[in-house]
Design a protein around this ligand. Structure first.
Ligand code: UDP
Ligand code: MN
Length: 327
């Protein structure tokens, strides 16, 4: 019985040895097999050059990021209120261009916290990577517009802005000093508009260019009191607050105090501003900014959808100009 076992074990051991030697040989052959010494050295040299360049590139990238972090940290002033900039965004051909433009404007602003909410079931790599590369102080959220509100004519950005309001109410307290601004991804912003809104007590307002069918929609001030007396809007001037989303900012404390104020699908595009502002303030409390509402520091620009007829022709043949490239 014992002899039988020992014979069995030694056969097994031999077999394992044979397999090991064969594997080592196969591995050696796969790496160096068939190559002459000259070729081997050439291949090694090539690897060396590649490793060196990888090392250099990584060092440069790390230095770049370090510099960006240093710049960002220098812009942090613990005594300044934080500007919580809320940006809904959705996937379309111009998305990266819009977010690049906006992020590079925001890079100039001190004490800024960018809350980006994707209209998507999950975070996309495009937005994730863009945010990670900006070195801005940001929060990345997702909130998908329900399918029954994705029709033409439905108000846009409702779900996303509400998600940001919920986030603020969950994560900030009355000890946090700040101001909340709804900055759509396609508008054009002067860096100055951020300085104007920073010390908002309740709700501040200023003119917005290129909106409501006019060159400018703006609050009209009482020359004596300097308070908002009316509006120069042409489109539905009967709105309680005939002003664009880009034309006001709300203090964080007011957002926290009026904790039930949200955007709604019950009112249509153009009425969202009035809907939220009615829950937060009254006309006589508004704080006019931008040199008594005489300066235009933000424009309601809209980006034309690019013509992709050639791309579509290619796509019909299963070809794409952007394979492996993020545009
Ligand atoms: N938006 C969105 N999902 C959509 C359409 C728009 O999240 O299906 C976002 C968009 O990226 C922008 C905001 O909502 O930040 C307002 O949309 P848009 O600029 O198209 O509206 P506008 O006021 O210009 O008509
Ligand atoms: Mn827009």
């Amino acid at each position: 019985m014992s002899i039988h076992i020992s014979v069995d074990m030694s056969t097994k051991k031999k077999l394992i040895w044979c397999i090991s030697i064969l594997s080592v040989f196969l591995l050696w052959y796969a790496v160096f097999g068939g190559k002459s010494d000259t070729e081997q050295y050439a291949a090694m040299k090539q690897s060396m050059v590649e490793y060196e360049s990888l090392l250099r590139e990584t060092r440069e990238q790390i230095l770049d990021r370090l510099k960006m972090c240093q710049r960002e940290c220098q812009r942090w002033d613990p005594d300044l209120p934080v500007i919580y900039t809320i940006t809904p965004t959705y996937a379309r051909p111009v998305q990266k261009a819009e977010l690049t433009r906006l992020s590079q404007t925001l890079m100039h602003i001190s004490n800024l916290h960018w809350i980006v909410i994707e209209d998507s079931p999950k975070p996309t790599p495009l937005v994730e990577n863009l945010l990670a590369r900006t070195n801005l102080n940001y929060t990345h959220l997702i909130a998908q517009t329900p399918s029954n509100y994705r029709r033409k004519g439905s108000p846009r950005g409702v779900e996303q802005r509400n998600a940001a309001l919920r986030w603020l109410r969950k994560n900030k307290t009355m000890n946090d000093k700040g101001v909340v601004y709804f900055a759509d991804d396609d508008n054009s912003y002067s860096v100055q508009v951020f300085d104007e809104m920073r010390f908002t007590k309740e709700v501040s307002v200023w003119p917005v260019g290129l909106v409501g069918g006019l060159m400018v929609e703006k609050p009209i001030l009482d020359p004596i009191t300097g308070k908002v007396a009316g509006w120069n809007a042409a489109w539905r001037p009967d709105r309680p607050f005939p002003i664009d989303m880009a034309g006001f900012a709300i203090s964080l404390s007011q957002i926290l105090k009026k904790s039930t104020a949200y955007f709604s699908y019950t009112c249509y595009g153009g009425w969202q501003e009035s809907h939220i502002l009615q829950q937060l303030t009254t006309k006589d409390h508004l704080e006019p900014k931008a040199d008594n509402c005489t300066q235009i520091l933000v424009w309601h620009t809209r980006t034309e959808a690019p013509k992709l007829s050639e791309e579509n022709k290619l796509a019909a043949r299963g070809i794409h100009s952007n394979v492996g490239v993020e545009v």
